[in-house]
Write a protein that binds this ligand. Structure first.
Ligand SMILES: Nc1nc2c(ncn2[C@@H]2O[C@H](COP(=O)(O)OP(=O)(O)O)[C@@H](O)[C@H]2O)c(=O)[nH]1
Ligand SMILES: [Mg+2]
Length: 328
């Protein structure tokens, strides 16, 4: 896809909500080429005043839990309520297997048809050579384009939860009935991150089981420190596929966001997230500069090798490398 369009064209396209141009702008911020980075930054700076007004919803759960289905249904509900919805995905593994992120995008067929929905199928892989991604910047573009809800699906396991928690205002955990807790990632770590839990695929037949699962979850939550003061993580039952229980989720998200805004946590957390993003970019640019300079690149590789072969401890190798970097 060509991204050689002028900045003005892209910025106007974002402002006017032109999906084709929004997509091109996203391709630009996903590019790892140095010349694209500069243009991407100019673009992001230009749209900054238009960003920040959406509700950023992170959605996690094991593969098959129904995240994509949930997004499709929830997205339609939000649109019915007069909102505009953008759908993104975070997949730290895409650099490895180049898998299509929303390969199951077909499940969002109905949402994709909505003029007020924008679905970004897949982040490009190997962003700046790391496991990171441009989802944060993509989100800013969607906000500038006027989307009210940014729904971010975690794909892959492990790291994606942390990445999505780092950019969302509310973190939703989709659970299915049965299956081992381990299998469902009910590790302490994830439970500490969630703000809302939705038990999916609930039907008449498994209602009792679902209620038991709910009790188990509530018991587990009791022993965790609360992430937000005055917020009791709600455990809701429903079905993404049959559009059941989604209104309740919609209301709870609203309630949660309002509470966070009232306590000031909303702003505080967003500032912390931007700080993290800054730190990420410092790291990324240091590595980029390193790669550009032959002797530094050599030094980086040598120190890294020393660390990996346990010739010395990684921290002293890092310190030595940074000394060389500063003296270069
Ligand atoms: N019976 C039932 N099936 C569902 C429900 N929600 C999702 N599914 C199905 O579960 C499968 C996995 O859904 P998907 O959204 O792709 O899960 P993801 O991997 O978490 O994104 C699909 O076949 C869905 O149709 C539900 O509420 N009830
Ligand atoms: Mg999915």
């Amino acid at each position: 896809m060509s991204i050689e369009l002028s900045l003005e064209t892209l910025i106007d396209g974002i402002r006017s909500g032109n999906k084709r141009l929004i997509a091109k702008a996203i391709t630009l911020v996903e590019s790892k080429k140095a010349e694209h980075r500069e243009k991407a930054e100019q673009l992001l700076n230009a749209i900054m005043p238009l960003t920040g007004k959406s509700i950023r919803v992170g959605i996690t759960g094991v593969p098959g839990a129904g995240k994509s289905t949930f997004i499709e249904s929830f997205g339609q509900l939000a649109i019915k309520n007069g909102k505009r919805v953008a759908v993104l995905a975070i997949d730290p593994s895409s650099a490895l297997n180049k898998g299509s992120i929303l390969g199951d995008k077909t499940r969002m067929e109905d949402l994709a048809k909505e003029p007020n929905a924008f679905i970004r199928p897949s982040p490009s892989s190997g962003f700046l050579g790391g496991v990171a991604n441009a989802t944060f910047e993509t989100m800013l573009i969607c906000e500038a384009a006027g989307y009210d809800y940014i729904l971010i699906e975690t794909v892959g396991v492990g790291q994606s939860e942390v990445l999505v928690a780092d950019i969302s205002d509310v973190f939703l955990f989709l659970k299915i009935i049965g299956g081992g807790d381990e299998l469902q990632g009910i590790k302490r770590g994830i439970m500490e991150m969630v703000d809302l839990i939705f038990i999916n695929k609930v039907s008449e037949e498994n209602l009792q089981q679902a209620k038991n699962t709910k009790l188990e979850l509530m018991r587990a939550l009791q022993f965790l420190p609360s992430k937000e003061k005055d917020w009791k993580v709600p455990v809701m039952l429903g079905s993404a596929l049959y559009h059941e229980g989604l209104e309740k989720v919609y209301e709870k998200i609203d309630e949660f966001i309002n509470l966070k805004k009232k306590t000031g946590r909303f702003e505080t957390v967003r500032k912390l997230q931007a700080e993290k993003r800054f730190q990420y970019w410092v790291q990324a640019y240091i590595l980029e500069q390193t790669k550009k300079n032959e002797s530094l690149d050599e030094a980086f590789k040598t120190h890294q090798k020393n660390a990996s072969e346990l010739l010395a401890n990684p921290s002293s190798e890092a310190r030595d490398f940074v000394k060389k970097l500063l003296n270069s």
